[in-house]
Design a protein around this ligand. Structure first.
Ligand code: LMR
Length: 336
């Protein structure tokens, strides 16, 4: 009997209200298909592999994880559907990818929510106002998605073929964005144009001139070779890419108690590992870009960075009070 059949039997038993054993039966086996869109070398790619290793080492041979990187199984356009239908059991999409099904997650896309990577752990801790909007998100629960954790990539930089030292330098340039309204408004405020596009298509679109620029942390820029087709990067650290480590809720609840614990423990450990390595991987990627000599990196002075911030904070934040929650926005604005 194939794994898929075993899985559907397990899901079927749970869906029909069948008794669930409190510890795993030796005959049951479970496969977690974990699909993602970046390379294995990135903060998400490494954390996904760590999670698979931890399950392999700590959960006995009844459970295994198959990691599918690089959009090879599902990409931005269909991975959330695949998670909800149970075609895959696990994903870690960036917050922006949830805009349609859980728009409040765009709180993580608010420009300049973080001044530096050091702010990330506090701002997104599970008991902070932002953390609660993620971990206790009702729209995700209603769609059968359980949040296991939040992983970092890091802070985004701007890239294009033009030097960008002030917002006016972006005027008329077309930037690829993830499908988030907040990100569209951010670029609108800077006078730029936007095109939502799947991550896997960005390199070709840059190379062919379909778009002029994009925004991502160094690790994504370097691992996709975007720097080879972008003459300039502005180190703006203007936004965050964080990942919602998520599992299909029905699948999770179909697992015996000991395997559920094993999954949540491995998820916690993978999240800690991710946070340990993310900054370093971005620094290494930056160095690789510098060494390649293809791209000039402009580091903004505090005043130059502030000029980008003034165009979007608090105006873009307030624009999304309805979607993100007035109380949450008020709290974030008051902390500025
Ligand atoms: C992007 O689409 O630019 C990123 O969210 C990709 C990723 O998963 O880091």
């Amino acid at each position: 009997m194939g794994t898929a059949t075993l899985l559907s039997l397990a899901l079927g038993a749970s869906a029909c209200g069948g008794a669930r054993s409190s510890s795993s039966e030796a005959s049951d086996s479970y496969t977690i298909k974990f699909s993602h869109v970046v390379t294995p070398q990135t903060p998400k790619g490494q954390a996904a592999e760590k999670f698979a290793e931890l399950i392999d080492e700590g959960c006995g041979d009844q459970m295994k994880v198959e990691v599918y990187p690089n959009s090879e199984l599902y990409g931005d356009e269909d991975e959330l559907q695949a998670l909800q239908s149970g075609a895959v059991q696990m994903l870690a999409p960036s917050s922006a990818k949830f805009t349609t099904i859980a728009p409040q997650l765009q709180v993580l896309d608010l420009p300049f929510l973080f001044d530096s990577v050091d702010d990330i752990p506090n701002v997104v801790s599970p008991d902070s106002a932002v953390g609660k909007a993620i971990y206790e998100n009702q729209a995700l629960a209603d769609k059968g998605i359980k949040v296991l954790g939040l992983w970092d990539n890091g802070l985004k930089q701007l890239s294009s073929n033009d030097e960008m030292q002030k917002p006016a330098d972006l005027k008329g340039l077309r930037f690829r964005i993830q499908p988030s309204d907040v990100l569209r408004s951010q670029f609108d405020a800077w006078g730029a144009q936007t095109t939502p596009m799947a991550f896997a298509e960005v390199y070709n679109a840059l190379q062919q001139g379909v778009i002029d620029g994009q925004e991502n942390p160094y690790s994504n820029i370097e691992s996709q070779n975007m720097h080879t087709v972008q003459k300039h990067i502005t180190e703006s650290n203007h936004g965050y890419i964080g990942y919602v480590h998520a599992i299909n809720k029905k699948f999770f609840e179909s697992l015996p108690d000991d395997l559920q614990t094993c999954v949540t423990d491995a998820a916690d450990e993978a999240a800690a590992y991710n946070r340990e390595i993310a900054s370093d991987l971005n620094q290494k990627a930056k160095q690789t870009i510098v060494d390649a000599g293809t791209t000039k990196i402009t580091e903004l002075t505090p005043e130059q960075r502030q000029a980008f911030k003034d165009e979007v904070v608090p105006s873009v934040w307030n624009q999304y009070a309805d979607v993100i929650g007035q109380d949450l926005i008020d709290e974030l604005v008051s902390q500025q």
